[in-house]
Design a protein. Sequence first.
Length: 254
Amino acid sequence: MSRDFDGVDDIISNTAITAFSGSYTVAAWINADSAAEGLRIIETAKSSGAEERGFIVQTGFKLEAFQEFTTTWSDSLSTETLTVGVWYCVVATYTSSDKKMRMYYGSLSAPMVEMSYTTQTAGVGTIVETSVRVMVGSTTNGETNRDFDGRIEHAFCDNRIWTLDEMEAFRQGQRPINTGSMIFYWPLDSPTAAQAEDLSGNGYHGTVTGALAAEGPPVAMRWGDSFGMTYTAVLDERHYPRGVARGVLRGVAA
Protein backbone atom coordinates (compact mmCIF):
# COMPACT_ATOMS: atom_id res chain seq x y z
CA MET A 1 0.00 0.00 0.00
CA SER A 2 0.94 3.66 -0.38
CA ARG A 3 -0.79 7.02 -0.03
CA ASP A 4 -2.18 8.80 -3.10
CA PHE A 5 -1.89 12.60 -3.03
CA ASP A 6 -4.35 14.53 -5.20
CA GLY A 7 -2.11 17.48 -6.13
CA VAL A 8 -4.56 19.90 -4.50
CA ASP A 9 -4.67 19.77 -0.70
CA ASP A 10 -3.63 16.34 0.57
CA ILE A 11 -0.93 16.32 3.24
CA ILE A 12 0.55 14.17 6.01
CA SER A 13 2.13 16.20 8.80
CA ASN A 14 3.50 16.33 12.32
CA THR A 15 3.87 19.65 14.15
CA ALA A 16 6.11 18.56 17.03
CA ILE A 17 9.34 17.27 15.48
CA THR A 18 12.37 19.17 16.81
CA ALA A 19 15.11 16.55 16.42
CA PHE A 20 16.92 17.82 13.31
CA SER A 21 20.61 18.57 13.82
CA GLY A 22 23.66 18.35 11.55
CA SER A 23 23.94 15.87 8.67
CA TYR A 24 20.84 13.93 7.65
CA THR A 25 19.18 11.68 5.07
CA VAL A 26 15.59 11.90 3.79
CA ALA A 27 14.04 9.34 1.47
CA ALA A 28 10.85 7.89 0.05
CA TRP A 29 9.38 5.79 -2.72
CA ILE A 30 7.45 8.02 -5.16
CA ASN A 31 5.31 7.62 -8.27
CA ALA A 32 4.22 10.98 -9.70
CA ASP A 33 1.16 11.52 -11.88
CA SER A 34 2.46 14.92 -12.96
CA ALA A 35 5.66 16.93 -12.62
CA ALA A 36 5.08 20.63 -12.17
CA GLU A 37 7.29 23.19 -10.42
CA GLY A 38 7.92 22.77 -6.71
CA LEU A 39 5.83 19.72 -5.82
CA ARG A 40 6.73 18.64 -2.28
CA ILE A 41 7.88 15.14 -1.40
CA ILE A 42 9.20 15.88 2.14
CA GLU A 43 9.56 19.32 3.71
CA THR A 44 10.19 20.77 7.18
CA ALA A 45 9.15 24.19 8.38
CA LYS A 46 9.40 26.64 11.24
CA SER A 47 6.47 27.36 13.56
CA SER A 48 5.53 30.22 11.22
CA GLY A 49 5.11 27.74 8.38
CA ALA A 50 8.12 29.06 6.44
CA GLU A 51 10.06 26.21 4.84
CA GLU A 52 13.51 25.32 6.15
CA ARG A 53 14.54 22.19 4.22
CA GLY A 54 12.92 20.24 1.44
CA PHE A 55 13.09 17.45 -1.13
CA ILE A 56 10.87 18.33 -4.07
CA VAL A 57 9.94 17.71 -7.71
CA GLN A 58 10.75 20.46 -10.16
CA THR A 59 9.56 21.26 -13.70
CA GLY A 60 10.29 18.45 -16.14
CA PHE A 61 10.50 15.98 -13.24
CA LYS A 62 13.92 16.95 -12.04
CA LEU A 63 14.57 16.62 -8.31
CA GLU A 64 15.71 19.41 -6.00
CA ALA A 65 16.92 19.34 -2.39
CA PHE A 66 17.55 22.43 -0.25
CA GLN A 67 18.53 23.47 3.27
CA GLU A 68 18.24 26.96 4.71
CA PHE A 69 21.32 28.94 5.78
CA THR A 70 21.46 32.50 7.07
CA THR A 71 23.26 33.84 3.97
CA THR A 72 22.99 31.39 1.03
CA TRP A 73 20.88 28.24 1.02
CA SER A 74 22.41 24.86 0.24
CA ASP A 75 20.57 23.86 -2.94
CA SER A 76 21.02 21.09 -5.53
CA LEU A 77 19.02 20.54 -8.74
CA SER A 78 19.37 17.30 -10.70
CA THR A 79 20.37 17.08 -14.33
CA GLU A 80 18.44 13.83 -14.75
CA THR A 81 14.72 13.92 -15.45
CA LEU A 82 12.49 11.14 -14.17
CA THR A 83 9.44 9.62 -15.85
CA VAL A 84 5.83 10.20 -14.76
CA GLY A 85 4.01 7.02 -13.78
CA VAL A 86 7.14 5.11 -12.72
CA TRP A 87 8.08 4.07 -9.16
CA TYR A 88 11.38 5.55 -7.94
CA CYS A 89 13.32 5.22 -4.72
CA VAL A 90 14.65 8.72 -4.07
CA VAL A 91 17.10 9.87 -1.39
CA ALA A 92 18.55 13.26 -0.44
CA THR A 93 21.40 13.88 2.00
CA TYR A 94 22.84 16.96 3.65
CA THR A 95 26.53 16.78 4.67
CA SER A 96 27.52 19.24 7.37
CA SER A 97 31.25 19.11 6.52
CA ASP A 98 30.85 20.70 3.08
CA LYS A 99 27.32 22.13 3.52
CA LYS A 100 26.04 20.44 0.34
CA MET A 101 22.88 18.57 -0.61
CA ARG A 102 23.23 15.37 -2.66
CA MET A 103 20.55 13.23 -4.29
CA TYR A 104 20.30 9.59 -5.30
CA TYR A 105 17.73 7.56 -7.18
CA GLY A 106 16.87 4.07 -8.34
CA SER A 107 13.86 2.28 -9.77
CA LEU A 108 12.36 -1.19 -9.59
CA SER A 109 14.95 -2.37 -12.12
CA ALA A 110 17.86 0.07 -11.68
CA PRO A 111 20.17 0.29 -8.62
CA MET A 112 20.72 3.44 -6.58
CA VAL A 113 23.17 5.97 -8.04
CA GLU A 114 24.04 9.55 -7.23
CA MET A 115 22.43 12.09 -9.52
CA SER A 116 24.41 14.65 -11.48
CA TYR A 117 23.62 18.30 -10.90
CA THR A 118 22.64 21.28 -12.99
CA THR A 119 23.43 23.36 -9.91
CA GLN A 120 24.91 22.38 -6.53
CA THR A 121 25.34 25.30 -4.16
CA ALA A 122 26.98 24.94 -0.76
CA GLY A 123 25.33 26.69 2.15
CA VAL A 124 26.88 29.95 3.34
CA GLY A 125 26.53 31.30 6.86
CA THR A 126 24.88 29.40 9.71
CA ILE A 127 22.52 26.50 9.11
CA VAL A 128 18.95 27.13 10.23
CA GLU A 129 17.64 24.23 12.35
CA THR A 130 14.47 25.39 14.06
CA SER A 131 11.99 23.07 12.32
CA VAL A 132 8.94 21.96 14.28
CA ARG A 133 6.86 20.70 11.35
CA VAL A 134 7.33 17.86 8.91
CA MET A 135 5.10 17.58 5.85
CA VAL A 136 4.87 14.85 3.25
CA GLY A 137 3.13 15.75 -0.01
CA SER A 138 2.58 19.46 0.61
CA THR A 139 3.84 22.68 2.22
CA THR A 140 2.70 25.22 4.81
CA ASN A 141 4.78 28.15 3.55
CA GLY A 142 1.93 29.92 1.79
CA GLU A 143 2.81 28.89 -1.77
CA THR A 144 0.05 27.52 -3.99
CA ASN A 145 0.22 24.70 -6.56
CA ARG A 146 3.00 22.93 -4.64
CA ASP A 147 1.06 19.79 -3.69
CA PHE A 148 2.46 16.44 -4.79
CA ASP A 149 0.35 14.66 -7.39
CA GLY A 150 0.85 10.90 -7.14
CA ARG A 151 1.78 8.20 -4.65
CA ILE A 152 4.33 8.23 -1.80
CA GLU A 153 5.38 5.41 0.53
CA HIS A 154 8.11 4.68 3.12
CA ALA A 155 9.07 8.28 3.92
CA PHE A 156 11.75 8.77 6.56
CA CYS A 157 14.43 11.07 7.92
CA ASP A 158 17.61 9.92 9.66
CA ASN A 159 20.07 12.26 11.42
CA ARG A 160 23.07 10.70 9.69
CA ILE A 161 24.33 10.15 6.13
CA TRP A 162 23.27 6.82 4.66
CA THR A 163 25.81 4.86 2.64
CA LEU A 164 25.03 3.91 -0.94
CA ASP A 165 24.81 0.26 0.19
CA GLU A 166 22.13 1.20 2.73
CA MET A 167 20.22 3.12 0.08
CA GLU A 168 20.39 0.12 -2.25
CA ALA A 169 19.14 -2.22 0.48
CA PHE A 170 16.21 0.18 1.04
CA ARG A 171 15.47 0.11 -2.70
CA GLN A 172 15.52 -3.69 -2.61
CA GLY A 173 13.02 -3.81 0.23
CA GLN A 174 14.79 -3.42 3.57
CA ARG A 175 12.87 -1.18 5.94
CA PRO A 176 14.80 1.65 7.63
CA ILE A 177 16.12 0.67 11.06
CA ASN A 178 16.57 3.06 13.96
CA THR A 179 20.21 2.75 15.03
CA GLY A 180 19.78 5.68 17.40
CA SER A 181 19.62 8.55 14.91
CA MET A 182 16.33 7.95 13.07
CA ILE A 183 13.95 10.91 13.42
CA PHE A 184 10.82 9.40 11.89
CA TYR A 185 9.78 6.57 9.58
CA TRP A 186 6.29 6.64 8.07
CA PRO A 187 5.69 3.45 6.05
CA LEU A 188 2.33 4.82 4.81
CA ASP A 189 1.30 1.25 4.05
CA SER A 190 -1.85 1.03 6.17
CA PRO A 191 -5.04 0.86 4.06
CA THR A 192 -7.31 2.70 6.51
CA ALA A 193 -5.39 4.61 9.18
CA ALA A 194 -6.01 8.34 9.60
CA GLN A 195 -2.63 8.46 11.31
CA ALA A 196 0.73 7.76 9.68
CA GLU A 197 2.35 5.47 12.22
CA ASP A 198 5.95 6.31 13.09
CA LEU A 199 7.97 3.10 13.27
CA SER A 200 11.15 4.86 14.42
CA GLY A 201 10.03 4.48 18.02
CA ASN A 202 10.04 8.24 18.60
CA GLY A 203 6.27 8.68 18.52
CA TYR A 204 6.25 11.26 15.71
CA HIS A 205 3.06 9.96 14.14
CA GLY A 206 1.69 11.92 11.20
CA THR A 207 -1.83 13.29 10.72
CA VAL A 208 -3.29 12.22 7.37
CA THR A 209 -5.44 14.74 5.49
CA GLY A 210 -6.80 13.22 2.30
CA ALA A 211 -4.04 11.04 0.79
CA LEU A 212 -6.15 7.92 0.34
CA ALA A 213 -4.68 4.43 0.34
CA ALA A 214 -3.49 3.17 -3.05
CA GLU A 215 -1.35 0.46 -4.57
CA GLY A 216 2.31 0.76 -3.60
CA PRO A 217 5.51 -0.27 -5.36
CA PRO A 218 5.77 -4.02 -6.00
CA VAL A 219 8.59 -4.40 -3.48
CA ALA A 220 8.23 -6.72 -0.48
CA MET A 221 9.44 -4.49 2.35
CA ARG A 222 11.01 -6.43 5.21
CA TRP A 223 13.03 -6.03 8.37
CA GLY A 224 16.60 -7.18 7.64
CA ASP A 225 20.20 -7.31 8.81
CA SER A 226 22.20 -6.19 5.77
CA PHE A 227 24.43 -3.78 7.67
CA GLY A 228 25.96 -5.96 10.38
CA MET A 229 23.19 -5.25 12.87
CA THR A 230 21.28 -7.41 15.28
CA TYR A 231 17.71 -6.51 16.16
CA THR A 232 15.22 -6.67 18.98
CA ALA A 233 11.53 -5.97 18.50
CA VAL A 234 9.34 -3.95 20.84
CA LEU A 235 5.99 -5.58 20.13
CA ASP A 236 2.55 -4.05 20.14
CA GLU A 237 -0.81 -5.75 19.69
CA ARG A 238 -0.74 -5.67 15.89
CA HIS A 239 1.03 -8.04 13.57
CA TYR A 240 2.02 -8.11 9.96
CA PRO A 241 0.76 -10.98 7.79
CA ARG A 242 2.49 -14.32 8.24
CA GLY A 243 3.06 -13.63 11.93
CA VAL A 244 5.81 -11.04 11.55
CA ALA A 245 5.68 -8.80 14.61
CA ARG A 246 4.80 -5.18 13.97
CA GLY A 247 6.59 -2.80 16.25
CA VAL A 248 9.83 -0.92 16.65
CA LEU A 249 13.12 -2.53 15.69
CA ARG A 250 16.33 -1.01 16.88
CA GLY A 251 19.69 -1.89 15.39
CA VAL A 252 22.82 -2.53 17.43
CA ALA A 253 26.19 -2.93 15.75
CA ALA A 254 27.15 -6.58 15.71
